[in-house]
Each structure stands twice: as C-alpha cells, then as structure tokens.
Design a protein around this ligand. Structure first.
Ligand SMILES: [Zn+2]
Length: 417
C-alpha cells in the first residue's frame, strides 16, 4: 500500500490528489455517499504517508529530462564536482549543462545522494562518453572505444607473425588502457588511433619451417625377361623433402636474428627405375623349338646381312630388320602361295606368302619383286631383292611372321636367336 502511494506522490502532489477527489465526488452526487467513505480512507492513508516522512524537494531537469530529486541545489553542485573529478580532461567543467529545478513533495528517503546525481549527470551529458585512453610508456597517446582499442592492439601486436609459423609477439613499449569518462572532443579519430597503435614497438619470435625439395635420381635396370626395345619406368621417381626449422626474431617486422633449430631430411627421395629389355626373344626353349619346327629358312643368306633391329624395340616394331646391300636376293622361307605382291605404303615393295596352318610371312622395302599374287612358291625361291622402298632409311629387309593374323617375334622361326 505504502509503495503504491509513494509512486503516486512522485508524480503528483498530495494536494492535487485531494482536490481532484473532491471535484469528482461533487460531480457525482449519487456516488457521494459511497465515496465519502473512500475519501475518509484516502485521507487516512495521506496521514500515514506524512508520518513516513513527506518532505519538500527539487526535481532536477537536466538536458531535457528529470534525472534526480535532490534536497536542494547544493546537492547538485556537489554532484557536479564529483562528476568533473571523474571526467578525464581539463575542460570537463564546461561540458556540464546548467539544470533547472522544480519544487516537489517527496519522501525523505527518496532524495538522491550527490554520488547518485553525479552518475546521472555523466550518463545524461551529451558531451561525455565512456572510453579508454591508450597509455604508452606512461603517456596518453590516443583515446577511443575500449573494445576497439583492444582489437587494434591485438592486430598490431601480431601483425609481423609470419603466416603458418608458430609465433610469439609482445610489445616492447609499456602499454596500458585506462577506462573512464572522457569528453567527446578528446576521442581520437580512427586514423589517429591506428597510427598511435602502430607506433608501439613489437618484438616477434617465430619458428619458421622451410621445406626444400630433394630431386630424385634415376637408374636403369636390365632384364632378360623383356625384349630388346622394351623400356618402361617401373618405379616412379619422387622428390624428397628437406626441412629446416629456424627461430627468427623480428623487431617491428625487421629480422634481427635467425637461429637454426633443426635441418633434416623428412622424406627420402625415391629413385626412378627404368627397366629395359635385353632379350632377343622371350620365347621359352620349348616355344623356340616349336617355332623352329615350322621349318623356315633364313630369308637372306647367312653372312649377307646384319641384324639392324629386333622385334619389339619400343617403336612398336613388329618385325626384324636385316640390313644388306641393295639387290641381295630375298628367299621364300617356306613353300606357300603369294597372297600379296605390290607397293604397300610404309612397307614399300612387299610380298606376303601364306604357308598354311595360319602361318604367313611378309618381306618389305624390296627394290624389286619377282613374284605376283596367286603364285605358288617353293622354299628358297628368290621372291624379291633388298632395297629401301616405303618407310625406310637404308637398304634392309623388314621381315614379319604372322600367326593367325598376329605378328610375332620372328627370331626363333628363322634361327637367329
Ligand atoms: Zn623393320
């Protein structure tokens, strides 16, 4: 009950309430009887409020709003000097506006203290803001919003840390932030804050890791399992890694010292291995014997040629090249029927003989042909002469053996292995 009436008293004087109630009852005669009882009740309450300590006070109108209720103007003056003492800057006095006072009835214990009024003054003064001063080596260098200053400082302190390195940074100057109330005119503009923060010395110690590639080496391994001309990278080369770790000290981003902490190979390079074939044929002994049993003779007389290229030498060479002088006779390696005799692109002048049982032979780059298509030939019969027609860089016989249409290594067929 008391609380409610205190609130009412805060807004309107007791006299006001009383005169309004009287007017209300006068205008409503029918209710007069009932309300006279109310009036008696209200007056009783009024008496009780007075007994709690009703007193005269002054509402303080400051900068457009009521900020406090004081016993007298001296309380405001005291509050003002408390406020001025709490505001940084010599000109604080002028920032505080002149209040106006309005007499009021209030309860004694609702009168505000000078300290509370000082807070209200600070809060309601347009030109006073909560801020933080940046003090470097005991000297104030800038003033700004506390959180913003802290962020600037953090960015600035860590700005020389190399990316990806483990770093520690510290200011070399003594840095303090002083929170308080400041005049708006003392707040530095953002550029000035930035400049002041960046002028603070920074020491950075970073652990920097530098990786250097170690080039892989190459080696060649020979194998009799593969034909001459076979060449393949069987183990891919991979570069290794050498890692150097150093401690680097920077002052304001300038390197002043560097100490090696470690220097080691963290990944060995992998040697590239190229496997090359050395075999003239990869046929097994049994296969070779079976191939010889086809009964072929050499297409050129022994001693009239040298082997200039083997089968499968990496160019996709599907025959054997026997180098010989131009005009050296070429013999049918077995009996058969000529199925081709003519000029055939890269083969130049060439002959194909079908020997039956799926076996055929081809003779290419001839200078001249002695047979024609459909003709039967006997083993050892001269069918052409060595030349350099078609795709050929010198006089030679390119000789192929075909088994069911696939070109195979001729070497065992003609006993040159
Ligand atoms: Zn060839």
């Amino acid at each position: 009950m008391t609380v409610i009436f205190k609130n009412i008293l805060n807004k309107e004087s007791l006299l006001n309430i009383y005169s309004r109630a009287v007017a209300f009852v006068k205008n409503n005669r029918i209710l007069a009887r009932v309300c006279s009882l109310c009036l008696i009740g209200m007056m009783a309450v009024g008496v009780s409020v007075v007994s709690v300590g009703i007193t005269l006070g002054f509402k303080v109108n400051y900068s457009g709003s009521f900020i406090a209720t004081v016993r007298n103007a001296q309380v405001f003056d005291a509050a003002k000097s408390i406020a001025v003492n709490n505001i940084e800057g010599s000109d604080a006095d002028s920032a505080i506006e002149t209040p106006s006072f309005k007499v009021t009835l209030t309860v004694a214990d609702r009168l505000d203290s000078a300290a509370a009024v000082a807070d209200a003054i600070i809060e309601n003064t347009e030109n006073i803001v909560k801020a933080s001063a940046l003090i470097v080596n005991g000297e104030r260098v800038a003033c700004g919003e506390a959180e913003e200053l802290r962020e600037y400082l953090e960015i600035s302190r860590t700005r020389f840390e190399p990316e990806g390195a483990e770093s520690k940074s510290e200011f070399t100057d003594k840095v303090e932030l002083e929170n308080g109330y400041y005049l708006k005119t003392e707040i530095s503009d953002p550029d000035a804050v930035k400049a002041a923060v960046e002028a603070i010395g920074v020491k950075t110690v970073a652990v920097v890791t530098t990786d250097t590639e170690i080039a892989f080496s190459k080696k060649t391994v020979k194998t009799a399992e593969k034909l001459i001309g076979y060449s393949e990278v069987t183990t891919a080369g991979e570069n290794g890694v050498n890692r150097k770790t150093e401690s680097v000290e920077l002052i304001n981003g300038e390197e002043i010292s560097r100490t090696e902490l470690s220097n080691e190979v963290v990944k060995e390079p992998q040697t590239e291995v190229t496997t090359v074939g050395t075999a003239k044929t990869t046929a097994s002994a049994a296969q070779r014997s079976a191939e010889r049993s086809a009964g072929f003779i050499s297409p050129l007389k022994r001693g009239s040629f040298t082997i200039s290229a083997y089968y499968g030498d990496g160019r996709g060479h599907k025959g054997m090249d026997l180098a010989a002088n131009k005009g050296t006779p070429i013999y049918a390696v077995a009996n058969g029927t000529v199925t081709y005799a003519g000029y055939d692109g890269d083969y130049g002048n060439s002959v194909i003989i079908d020997h039956g049982n799926g076996l055929k032979t081809r003779y290419a780059h001839a200078s001249a042909l002695c047979v024609s298509k459909g003709q039967t030939v006997s083993q050892g019969e001269v069918i052409a002469y060595v030349g350099c027609t078609g795709y050929s860089t010198g006089n030679h016989l390119h000789f192929e053996v075909m088994v069911n249409g696939n070109r195979v290594n001729p070497i065992s067929y003609i006993g040159l292995d």
